[in-house]
Design a protein around this ligand. Structure first.
Ligand code: SF4
Length: 276
């Protein structure tokens, strides 16, 4: 009996990685878009220099307090935390009003460091009351406590300094495995406390990047991190984060952006859908 011929096995072609595909399309059809954007923003706002302002645990809690709240209110809530549960050992070493970091929309933190152990164990109602000036206290208080307790459970204390010894991707993975810490919050902590080249994307950065065409219009905030990260050289990540936020706050407003004084206008797809 003749052997029956088997039909050829159809191999499925692997879907191309959308982030890599987008990056190579930009390189091909809109070369140097990121470089030109950062150079233009540098002309408008200067080149920010990285400097550590807060220890990573403070940075984490401050960033959690700033979610869906104005930075200035998050600072008030953080100051209230430090006043209500001051750390043993005294005042923040950087001194009053100097606790201000580039790209941040507040005015700086006045108080000392907080006693994280007391905050983790505080009655929930009391914590909600103390952070009320920051807004959304009932949502944020249990999240902050859960995160602090998880750090204690995993590490035996509240310090996150050990993250500075890790590779950026590993440090990001460690932080984001804690329920309540998202990609943006983790990237803020690692960028600002350790200078790791991780790009946090907030609503200003997302809006500006989509208008210029650095990120696809339908990308989610989570995806926007990857689309921007892949286009950035490590040494320009901090600058990109700070200047894109500054641009969103000062010029490329959500309503009525001031395109007439924007240095990247010639390459912006919001003004011209065929911009090079
Ligand atoms: S040209 Fe207008 S929309 Fe485009 S980045 Fe500048 S301010 Fe924003």
């Amino acid at each position: 009996m003749p052997a029956t011929k088997r039909p050829p096995v159809k191999r499925k072609r692997a879907k191309p990685d959308p982030v890599k595909a987008w990056h190579s399309r930009l390189r091909r059809y809109r070369p140097e878009l990121m470089t030109d954007t950062l150079d233009a923003l540098q002309k408008m706002y200067g080149r920010p220099t990285w400097q550590r302002v807060y220890d990573p645990t403070s940075e984490l809690v401050l960033t959690m307090l700033s979610a869906n709240s104005a930075d200035i209110n998050a600072e008030k809530a953080f100051d209230a935390l430090c006043r209500h549960w001051p750390a043993q050992g005294g005042k923040r070493s950087v001194g009053a009003r100097s606790g201000f970091r580039a790209g941040w929309g507040g005015v700086g933190i006045e108080e000392g460091e907080a006693d994280w152990s007391a905050i983790a164990d505080a009655p929930l109602d009391e914590l909600i009351d103390v952070i009320r000036p920051g807004g959304l206290g009932p949502t944020k208080a249990p999240r902050i406590q859960a995160v602090l307790r998880k750090i204690l459970e995993e590490r035996g204390d509240f310090s996150l300094e050990f993250l500075g010894e890790m590779k950026p991707a590993d440090a990001l993975a460690w932080l984001t495995q804690i329920p309540g810490i998202g990609r943006k919050t983790a990237s803020v902590v690692l960028l600002f406390s350790f200078g790791m080249p991780l790009m946090p994307v907030d609503r200003h950065i997302e809006r500006v990047s989509k208008r210029i065409g650095l990120v696809p219009p339908k990308a989610t905030p989570e995806q926007a991190h990857d689309y921007l990260q892949v286009q950035l050289d490590d040494e320009r990540v901090h600058e990109a984060h700070v200047n894109l936020i500054t641009h969103g706050r000062q010029t490329c407003h959500a309503q009525r952006p001031e395109c007439n004084r924007c240095a990247i206008a010639a390459r912006c797809r919001y003004l011209d859908p065929k911009a090079p």
